[in-house]
Design a protein around this ligand. Sequence first.
Ligand SMILES: [Zn+2]
Length: 89
Amino acid sequence: MGKLVENIMEKVVEDKLNQMLPSLNCCTCNICKTDIMCYALNRIKPKYVSTDQGALLSRVDSVSITYGTAVMTEIAAGVEIVRKNPHHN
Ligand SMILES: [Zn+2]
């Protein structure tokens, strides 16, 4: 049985991070991406939705528009932290 609910912010943060990364002067490996996502997600209020397939995808866009600025602020802050303290060399 799959998950019944999902924190839609995980998808919103991941999408925004992928959009922002090319213009950020930051390592883009999976370790750093995951660290940045964790940083941002721990500071953004989670938004749980039922995992009904189509509904989920359409919600990502509207949530992304509503919370986009807050998400980008936290991602930018996470990038600063990870850039100074990457979990690798
Ligand atoms: Zn890295």
